[in-house]
Design a protein around this ligand. Structure first.
Ligand SMILES: C[S@@+](CC[C@H](N)C(=O)[O-])C[C@H]1O[C@@H](n2cnc3c(N)ncnc32)[C@H](O)[C@@H]1O
Length: 321
Protein backbone atom coordinates (compact mmCIF):
# COMPACT_ATOMS: atom_id res chain seq x y z
CA UNK A 1 0.00 0.00 0.00
CA UNK A 2 1.46 3.40 -1.02
CA UNK A 3 1.30 5.94 1.79
CA UNK A 4 1.44 9.73 2.00
CA UNK A 5 3.01 11.37 5.01
CA UNK A 6 0.48 13.26 7.14
CA UNK A 7 2.67 14.05 10.16
CA UNK A 8 6.36 13.17 10.58
CA UNK A 9 7.84 11.79 13.82
CA UNK A 10 6.51 13.80 16.75
CA UNK A 11 5.89 13.22 20.46
CA UNK A 12 2.54 11.44 20.89
CA UNK A 13 1.04 14.26 22.96
CA UNK A 14 1.90 16.89 20.33
CA UNK A 15 0.53 14.83 17.44
CA UNK A 16 -2.77 15.12 15.57
CA UNK A 17 -4.00 12.25 17.75
CA UNK A 18 -4.15 14.65 20.70
CA UNK A 19 -5.85 17.60 18.99
CA UNK A 20 -9.18 18.65 20.46
CA UNK A 21 -10.70 20.34 17.39
CA UNK A 22 -13.32 17.63 17.03
CA UNK A 23 -14.89 18.54 20.39
CA UNK A 24 -14.40 22.26 19.82
CA UNK A 25 -16.05 22.21 16.39
CA UNK A 26 -18.99 19.99 17.22
CA UNK A 27 -21.99 20.05 19.49
CA UNK A 28 -23.90 17.19 21.04
CA UNK A 29 -24.48 15.26 17.78
CA UNK A 30 -21.19 13.33 18.12
CA UNK A 31 -22.63 11.38 21.08
CA UNK A 32 -25.82 10.26 19.34
CA UNK A 33 -26.15 6.58 18.50
CA UNK A 34 -27.17 7.46 14.92
CA UNK A 35 -23.77 9.16 14.40
CA UNK A 36 -21.51 6.98 12.20
CA UNK A 37 -18.80 6.91 14.92
CA UNK A 38 -20.50 7.91 18.19
CA UNK A 39 -18.33 8.99 21.12
CA UNK A 40 -19.30 6.42 23.81
CA UNK A 41 -21.31 7.86 26.67
CA UNK A 42 -23.81 5.14 27.60
CA UNK A 43 -22.34 4.43 31.04
CA UNK A 44 -21.49 7.92 32.25
CA UNK A 45 -24.79 9.24 30.94
CA UNK A 46 -26.85 6.48 32.55
CA UNK A 47 -29.32 7.13 35.33
CA UNK A 48 -27.42 4.46 37.30
CA UNK A 49 -24.20 6.48 37.29
CA UNK A 50 -26.01 9.73 38.14
CA UNK A 51 -27.80 8.03 41.06
CA UNK A 52 -24.50 6.75 42.46
CA UNK A 53 -22.96 10.23 42.39
CA UNK A 54 -26.14 11.70 43.90
CA UNK A 55 -25.97 9.20 46.80
CA UNK A 56 -22.53 10.59 47.68
CA UNK A 57 -23.79 14.19 47.45
CA UNK A 58 -26.83 13.36 49.60
CA UNK A 59 -24.69 11.74 52.29
CA UNK A 60 -22.64 14.94 52.44
CA UNK A 61 -25.49 17.48 52.32
CA UNK A 62 -25.26 18.46 56.01
CA UNK A 63 -21.63 19.54 55.56
CA UNK A 64 -22.09 21.46 52.32
CA UNK A 65 -23.33 25.05 51.84
CA UNK A 66 -27.10 25.61 51.65
CA UNK A 67 -26.76 25.98 47.90
CA UNK A 68 -24.79 23.00 46.67
CA UNK A 69 -23.07 24.12 43.47
CA UNK A 70 -22.10 21.28 41.16
CA UNK A 71 -19.74 22.12 38.32
CA UNK A 72 -19.80 19.52 35.54
CA UNK A 73 -16.67 19.77 33.38
CA UNK A 74 -16.97 18.60 29.75
CA UNK A 75 -20.73 18.06 29.92
CA UNK A 76 -20.91 16.93 26.27
CA UNK A 77 -24.47 15.73 25.64
CA UNK A 78 -25.55 16.93 29.10
CA UNK A 79 -27.35 13.65 29.87
CA UNK A 80 -25.40 13.07 33.09
CA UNK A 81 -26.61 16.41 34.49
CA UNK A 82 -30.19 15.81 33.33
CA UNK A 83 -30.20 12.41 35.04
CA UNK A 84 -28.62 13.77 38.21
CA UNK A 85 -31.19 16.59 38.45
CA UNK A 86 -34.04 14.19 37.77
CA UNK A 87 -32.77 11.77 40.40
CA UNK A 88 -32.47 14.71 42.85
CA UNK A 89 -36.08 15.67 42.11
CA UNK A 90 -37.20 12.11 42.90
CA UNK A 91 -35.07 12.09 46.06
CA UNK A 92 -36.56 15.43 47.23
CA UNK A 93 -33.24 17.32 47.33
CA UNK A 94 -33.40 19.26 44.05
CA UNK A 95 -34.00 22.54 45.94
CA UNK A 96 -30.50 22.38 47.39
CA UNK A 97 -28.76 21.95 44.01
CA UNK A 98 -27.42 24.33 41.36
CA UNK A 99 -25.89 22.45 38.43
CA UNK A 100 -23.45 24.22 36.10
CA UNK A 101 -23.15 22.58 32.68
CA UNK A 102 -19.83 23.47 31.07
CA UNK A 103 -17.81 22.45 28.07
CA UNK A 104 -14.85 23.48 25.96
CA UNK A 105 -17.20 23.52 22.98
CA UNK A 106 -19.25 26.69 22.72
CA UNK A 107 -21.59 24.92 20.32
CA UNK A 108 -22.27 22.11 22.79
CA UNK A 109 -23.04 24.66 25.53
CA UNK A 110 -25.39 26.63 23.22
CA UNK A 111 -27.25 23.46 22.29
CA UNK A 112 -27.61 22.52 25.96
CA UNK A 113 -29.01 25.98 26.76
CA UNK A 114 -32.00 25.31 24.52
CA UNK A 115 -32.30 21.60 25.20
CA UNK A 116 -35.83 20.27 25.80
CA UNK A 117 -34.29 17.68 28.12
CA UNK A 118 -33.45 20.40 30.67
CA UNK A 119 -36.58 22.54 30.45
CA UNK A 120 -37.99 21.39 33.83
CA UNK A 121 -34.85 22.43 35.67
CA UNK A 122 -34.36 26.06 34.61
CA UNK A 123 -34.24 27.30 38.25
CA UNK A 124 -31.40 24.94 39.01
CA UNK A 125 -29.07 25.21 36.05
CA UNK A 126 -26.42 27.47 34.55
CA UNK A 127 -24.29 27.12 31.43
CA UNK A 128 -20.69 28.14 30.82
CA UNK A 129 -18.19 27.72 28.06
CA UNK A 130 -15.14 26.63 30.04
CA UNK A 131 -11.63 25.53 29.24
CA UNK A 132 -10.84 23.77 32.49
CA UNK A 133 -7.11 24.15 31.82
CA UNK A 134 -7.46 27.95 31.89
CA UNK A 135 -8.38 30.10 34.92
CA UNK A 136 -12.10 29.80 35.80
CA UNK A 137 -13.89 32.64 37.58
CA UNK A 138 -15.88 30.51 40.01
CA UNK A 139 -15.46 29.71 43.69
CA UNK A 140 -17.19 27.82 46.51
CA UNK A 141 -18.02 24.90 44.30
CA UNK A 142 -19.25 21.94 46.35
CA UNK A 143 -18.85 19.17 43.81
CA UNK A 144 -16.96 18.96 40.52
CA UNK A 145 -17.93 16.11 38.22
CA UNK A 146 -15.80 14.98 35.28
CA UNK A 147 -17.00 12.11 33.14
CA UNK A 148 -14.66 10.85 30.42
CA UNK A 149 -12.74 14.13 30.40
CA UNK A 150 -9.25 12.86 31.31
CA UNK A 151 -9.22 10.65 28.20
CA UNK A 152 -10.01 13.64 25.97
CA UNK A 153 -6.82 15.46 27.07
CA UNK A 154 -3.32 15.15 25.58
CA UNK A 155 -1.19 12.44 27.20
CA UNK A 156 2.27 10.97 26.70
CA UNK A 157 2.98 7.20 26.73
CA UNK A 158 6.19 6.58 28.71
CA UNK A 159 8.29 3.50 29.36
CA UNK A 160 11.60 3.08 31.22
CA UNK A 161 12.82 6.63 30.66
CA UNK A 162 11.52 6.71 27.10
CA UNK A 163 8.59 8.50 25.48
CA UNK A 164 6.46 7.45 22.52
CA UNK A 165 6.69 9.24 19.21
CA UNK A 166 4.34 8.63 16.31
CA UNK A 167 4.43 9.07 12.55
CA UNK A 168 1.09 9.41 10.80
CA UNK A 169 0.44 8.36 7.20
CA UNK A 170 -2.55 7.76 4.95
CA UNK A 171 -3.05 5.56 1.88
CA UNK A 172 -2.49 7.49 -1.36
CA UNK A 173 -5.72 5.96 -2.66
CA UNK A 174 -7.77 6.83 0.45
CA UNK A 175 -11.32 7.99 -0.30
CA UNK A 176 -12.05 11.53 0.96
CA UNK A 177 -13.55 11.05 4.42
CA UNK A 178 -15.39 13.56 6.67
CA UNK A 179 -13.50 11.81 9.50
CA UNK A 180 -9.94 11.85 8.05
CA UNK A 181 -8.41 10.28 11.18
CA UNK A 182 -10.22 7.07 10.20
CA UNK A 183 -7.79 6.81 7.24
CA UNK A 184 -4.61 7.19 9.30
CA UNK A 185 -1.90 4.56 9.42
CA UNK A 186 0.27 4.86 12.53
CA UNK A 187 3.90 4.03 13.21
CA UNK A 188 5.41 4.42 16.66
CA UNK A 189 8.88 4.42 18.22
CA UNK A 190 10.45 5.05 21.65
CA UNK A 191 12.89 7.91 22.22
CA UNK A 192 14.85 9.00 25.30
CA UNK A 193 12.68 11.21 27.46
CA UNK A 194 13.70 14.31 29.34
CA UNK A 195 10.68 16.59 29.94
CA UNK A 196 11.14 20.09 28.58
CA UNK A 197 7.53 21.13 28.72
CA UNK A 198 6.87 23.12 31.94
CA UNK A 199 3.71 21.21 32.87
CA UNK A 200 5.34 17.83 32.27
CA UNK A 201 8.34 18.89 34.34
CA UNK A 202 6.09 20.04 37.18
CA UNK A 203 4.28 16.71 37.48
CA UNK A 204 7.02 14.34 36.32
CA UNK A 205 7.92 13.38 39.90
CA UNK A 206 4.56 11.61 40.29
CA UNK A 207 5.40 9.04 37.60
CA UNK A 208 6.55 5.62 38.80
CA UNK A 209 6.10 2.52 36.65
CA UNK A 210 3.08 4.02 34.92
CA UNK A 211 2.41 3.58 31.23
CA UNK A 212 0.71 6.86 30.49
CA UNK A 213 1.64 10.33 31.66
CA UNK A 214 -1.72 12.14 31.71
CA UNK A 215 -0.06 15.39 32.73
CA UNK A 216 -2.90 17.56 31.41
CA UNK A 217 -5.36 15.58 33.54
CA UNK A 218 -3.17 16.27 36.59
CA UNK A 219 -2.96 19.96 35.72
CA UNK A 220 -6.74 20.17 35.27
CA UNK A 221 -7.52 18.38 38.54
CA UNK A 222 -4.99 20.52 40.37
CA UNK A 223 -6.52 23.76 38.98
CA UNK A 224 -10.10 22.66 39.63
CA UNK A 225 -9.35 21.67 43.23
CA UNK A 226 -8.73 25.38 43.95
CA UNK A 227 -12.41 26.11 43.24
CA UNK A 228 -13.76 23.77 45.91
CA UNK A 229 -15.39 24.79 49.20
CA UNK A 230 -13.80 23.27 52.36
CA UNK A 231 -15.87 20.05 52.36
CA UNK A 232 -16.10 19.84 48.59
CA UNK A 233 -15.02 16.97 46.40
CA UNK A 234 -14.25 16.01 42.81
CA UNK A 235 -15.92 12.94 41.29
CA UNK A 236 -14.20 11.52 38.23
CA UNK A 237 -15.49 8.68 36.04
CA UNK A 238 -13.15 7.33 33.40
CA UNK A 239 -12.69 4.32 31.18
CA UNK A 240 -10.53 1.58 32.64
CA UNK A 241 -7.15 1.05 31.01
CA UNK A 242 -7.47 -0.57 27.61
CA UNK A 243 -5.86 -3.97 27.23
CA UNK A 244 -5.07 -3.23 23.59
CA UNK A 245 -1.53 -2.32 22.53
CA UNK A 246 -2.66 1.06 21.29
CA UNK A 247 -2.74 3.96 23.69
CA UNK A 248 -6.09 5.18 22.36
CA UNK A 249 -9.49 4.31 20.88
CA UNK A 250 -10.61 6.30 17.84
CA UNK A 251 -14.16 7.68 17.64
CA UNK A 252 -14.87 9.67 14.46
CA UNK A 253 -12.14 12.28 14.47
CA UNK A 254 -11.08 12.12 18.09
CA UNK A 255 -9.11 9.77 20.30
CA UNK A 256 -9.93 8.58 23.79
CA UNK A 257 -6.47 8.21 25.32
CA UNK A 258 -5.61 5.66 27.97
CA UNK A 259 -5.40 6.89 31.56
CA UNK A 260 -2.92 5.80 34.25
CA UNK A 261 -4.72 7.02 37.33
CA UNK A 262 -1.95 6.64 39.93
CA UNK A 263 0.18 9.68 38.94
CA UNK A 264 -2.97 11.84 39.15
CA UNK A 265 -3.79 10.42 42.59
CA UNK A 266 -0.20 10.84 43.84
CA UNK A 267 -0.12 14.44 42.64
CA UNK A 268 -3.41 15.33 44.34
CA UNK A 269 -2.41 13.57 47.56
CA UNK A 270 0.77 15.64 47.53
CA UNK A 271 -1.51 18.74 47.51
CA UNK A 272 -3.18 17.46 50.70
CA UNK A 273 -6.27 15.91 49.12
CA UNK A 274 -7.52 12.45 50.02
CA UNK A 275 -8.36 10.14 47.14
CA UNK A 276 -10.52 7.08 46.77
CA UNK A 277 -10.31 4.84 43.71
CA UNK A 278 -12.84 2.20 42.69
CA UNK A 279 -13.23 0.19 39.52
CA UNK A 280 -15.93 -2.04 38.16
CA UNK A 281 -15.88 -3.96 34.89
CA UNK A 282 -16.18 -0.82 32.74
CA UNK A 283 -15.69 2.35 34.73
CA UNK A 284 -13.07 3.70 37.06
CA UNK A 285 -14.12 6.29 39.63
CA UNK A 286 -11.81 8.56 41.54
CA UNK A 287 -13.02 10.82 44.33
CA UNK A 288 -10.76 13.61 45.55
CA UNK A 289 -11.73 15.08 48.93
CA UNK A 290 -10.64 18.46 50.20
CA UNK A 291 -11.26 17.43 53.81
CA UNK A 292 -9.95 13.98 54.88
CA UNK A 293 -12.89 13.66 57.28
CA UNK A 294 -15.29 13.65 54.35
CA UNK A 295 -13.67 10.49 53.03
CA UNK A 296 -13.78 8.85 56.47
CA UNK A 297 -17.44 9.77 56.86
CA UNK A 298 -18.41 8.52 53.41
CA UNK A 299 -16.25 5.40 53.42
CA UNK A 300 -19.04 2.84 53.95
CA UNK A 301 -21.30 4.46 51.40
CA UNK A 302 -18.49 4.76 48.88
CA UNK A 303 -17.61 1.11 49.43
CA UNK A 304 -21.22 0.08 48.93
CA UNK A 305 -21.75 2.23 45.81
CA UNK A 306 -18.46 1.70 44.05
CA UNK A 307 -16.63 -1.40 45.30
CA UNK A 308 -19.29 -4.05 45.66
CA UNK A 309 -21.29 -5.02 42.56
CA UNK A 310 -21.87 -1.53 41.28
CA UNK A 311 -24.78 0.07 39.51
CA UNK A 312 -22.70 0.12 36.32
CA UNK A 313 -22.22 -3.64 36.54
CA UNK A 314 -25.96 -4.05 37.10
CA UNK A 315 -26.72 -1.70 34.22
CA UNK A 316 -24.50 -3.76 31.92
CA UNK A 317 -26.10 -7.01 33.05
CA UNK A 318 -29.48 -5.47 32.30
CA UNK A 319 -28.37 -4.42 28.81
CA UNK A 320 -26.97 -7.88 28.09
CA UNK A 321 -30.14 -9.72 29.24
C1 LIG B 1 -15.45 12.12 25.88
S1 LIG B 1 -16.33 13.60 26.04
C2 LIG B 1 -17.31 13.26 27.49
C3 LIG B 1 -18.64 13.98 27.51
C4 LIG B 1 -19.55 13.65 28.71
N1 LIG B 1 -18.97 14.11 29.95
C5 LIG B 1 -19.86 12.18 28.76
O1 LIG B 1 -19.52 11.52 29.74
O2 LIG B 1 -20.48 11.69 27.81
C6 LIG B 1 -15.12 14.74 26.64
C7 LIG B 1 -15.65 16.13 26.87
O3 LIG B 1 -14.64 16.92 27.50
C8 LIG B 1 -14.65 18.21 26.91
N2 LIG B 1 -13.32 18.82 27.10
C9 LIG B 1 -12.16 18.46 26.53
N3 LIG B 1 -11.16 19.27 26.93
C10 LIG B 1 -11.71 20.15 27.79
C11 LIG B 1 -11.21 21.26 28.51
N4 LIG B 1 -9.93 21.63 28.42
N5 LIG B 1 -12.07 21.95 29.29
C12 LIG B 1 -13.37 21.61 29.36
N6 LIG B 1 -13.91 20.58 28.69
C13 LIG B 1 -13.09 19.86 27.91
C14 LIG B 1 -14.98 17.94 25.45
O4 LIG B 1 -15.45 19.08 24.79
C15 LIG B 1 -16.05 16.85 25.60
O5 LIG B 1 -17.33 17.39 25.76
Amino acid sequence: MKLNLVQDWIDYDKSLLCQQDYYLNNGVSIYLLEHPYPVPSLLTNSRAHAESVLEVIKANLADLPEQVRILDIGSGSGCFGANLLDAAKDAGCLDRLQFIFSDLSEQAVKELETSEMLKDFHNHIQFMQVDALAPIKLKDISVITMNYVYDALPMLPVNNGQKMQVKLLEPVEAEPNPFPMQNLVLESRWQDYDPEDEVQKKYHKYLENDLYFNYKAIEMTDKLSQLLCPNGFIAVAEMIESKSKLAFDLYGNTCAHAVSEMPIIRAMEAQGMEALLAKDSQLMRIFFFNNPETKTKLKDLLYQEFNQTTRTDKLLQGLQN
